[in-house]
Design a protein around this ligand. Structure first.
Ligand SMILES: [Zn+2]
Length: 428
């Protein structure tokens, strides 16, 4: 990784030149991606200043090519560039990993069986409660840095393994500290106190909902620790009426809304999200036609997490094709977490979304860029529009279709957050 002091000094301006293809990922979902050949991207003061064909390079930008050793110029011959990738759904703050459970699942144990024995989310809860904030920061830092290697410039990160006021706030403070590091991807914090009913409230779930609403939410909102509030609405987690009560309270505190909806059972979380004006409804594996229609008629983004179906061996996938055909806005994300999707490889979600969920390449690529930005209510991200945040991902690939077709292979050679290199391939 580029040392922060070096990039801070030199990357207030950047010219990525000689691109085989520049891919603009905005636009109507039915359109093919707009691409420009033999292209450049010029970033100044953290924002896109201009993009276009090399032959139209403005003289002010061309001067960065005068000195062949100028680190502000990046030769991207043979590469494609996209707006910086946005991973709009992760649970990146946790302690120990759970490879032991993964191994058991490969031998036939189900996620539900492991959870019923006190494993799963509750394993991560016990583990996180035993650690202090410094430890969480130290454990999470390299996990977030790994996202930059996969071209991700923005990562949404949820709390939700604490499930006490103190432990949820500890998790969100750890996210805040990591968010202050400009050498990492930008972090968007989400409060997920309603991730599971903790064991000490197993016989009085209503009391836990009150704790979330009366103690956790006010503390989170007062300290500005989260942009969003999320609820896991499903069988074995929170009921639809509980989700509505929590999200309605969160909206009163000024938080944006998200919901884990219809991952296993169609409880109506997607329609609730649409009705409450949530930024996104996520998972949607078991969504019914009414839920699809509700999302399609709303501005709530349908967030698809194809890695989770794969990793949990569900054999079922969210109906991405039906959601797209109905006109829903789509995001595609990793769901990075130690139990059900242990990967920061957001580019890998593009072929998975195409092959398993029926998306076109254009839809999947939009899902990890512009769609992810909309799911975070950040229209300044996921776009190459002049004035948008200068977030760029450069892949060693000659054509955008290779992101799905040559699956798992195109390498990220440069990741730029707000005009600053946060990762680059040292061999180039
Ligand atoms: Zn999740």
């Amino acid at each position: 990784m580029t040392p922060p002091e070096e990039s801070a000094a030199r990357d207030d301006e950047m010219l990525v030149h000689g691109l085989a293809q520049l891919v603009d990922s905005r636009g109507d979902v039915s359109d093919p991606l707009a691409t420009v050949g033999d292209a450049y991207v010029w970033i100044r003061n953290g924002r896109f200043a201009a993009t276009g064909r090399m032959r139209d390079l403005p003289p002010e930008a061309a001067r960065l090519l005068d000195d062949p050793d100028d680190p502000r110029a990046f030769d991207a011959s043979g590469c494609i560039a996209l707006p910086g990738l946005v991973d709009s759904h992760t649970h990146a703050v946790f302690g120990a990993t759970r490879a032991h459970e993964f191994e058991r699942r490969l031998s036939g144990a189900t996620y539900g069986e492991i959870a019923a024995e006190g494993g799963g989310i509750l394993f991560s809860v016990r583990d996180l409660r035993s650690r202090d904030e410094d430890e969480l920061v130290a454990l999470t830092h390299p996990r977030i840095a790994e996202f930059a290697r996969f071209g991700v410039t923005t990562v949404e990160v949820k709390s939700g393994y604490g499930l006490t006021a103190a432990d949820e706030l500890k998790s969100l403070r750890a996210i805040r500290r990591l968010a202050e590091d400009p050498g990492l991807p930008r972090l968007v914090p989400t409060f997920l106190g309603a991730h599971a009913i903790p064991p000490e409230f197993a016989s009085d779930r209503a009391a836990y909902v009150r704790l979330v609403i009366d103690e956790m939410l006010p503390a989170v909102a007062t300290d500005g620790l989260a942009d969003f509030c999320d609820v896991f609405c499903d069988e074995g987690a929170f009921r639809l009426d509980e989700a509505e009560e929590i999200l309605t309270a969160a909206a009163r505190w000024g938080l944006g809304l998200k919901i884990h909806a219809e991952e296993f059972q169609p409880l109506g979380g997607a329609a609730l999200a649409a009705r409450l004006g949530a930024a996104s409804a996520d998972h949607l594996i078991a969504i019914d036609p009414a839920g699809i229609a509700a999302l399609a008629a709303s501005s709530t983004v349908a967030t698809l997490l194809p890695g989770t179906s794969l990793f949990l061996k569900l054999g079922r996938h969210a109906p991405g094709r039906a959601l797209a055909d109905a006109g829903a806005t789509l995001a595609v994300a990793t769901d990075f977490n130690p139990g059900s999707s242990m990967t920061q490889n957001l580019p890998l979600m593009v072929p998975l979304a195409c092959l398993n969920l029926g998306l076109t390449i254009a839809e999947a690529v939009r899902g990890v860029t512009h769609g992810g930005a909309l799911a975070l209510a950040r229209p300044d991200l996921g776009s190459l529009e002049p004035g948008s945040s200068g977030d760029l991902t450069v892949f060693d690939a000659g054509d955008v279709r290779d992101l799905a077709y040559h699956y798992g292979v195109p390498r990220v050679v440069l990741t730029v957050r707000a005009g600053r290199r946060i990762w680059h391939d040292a061999s180039r």
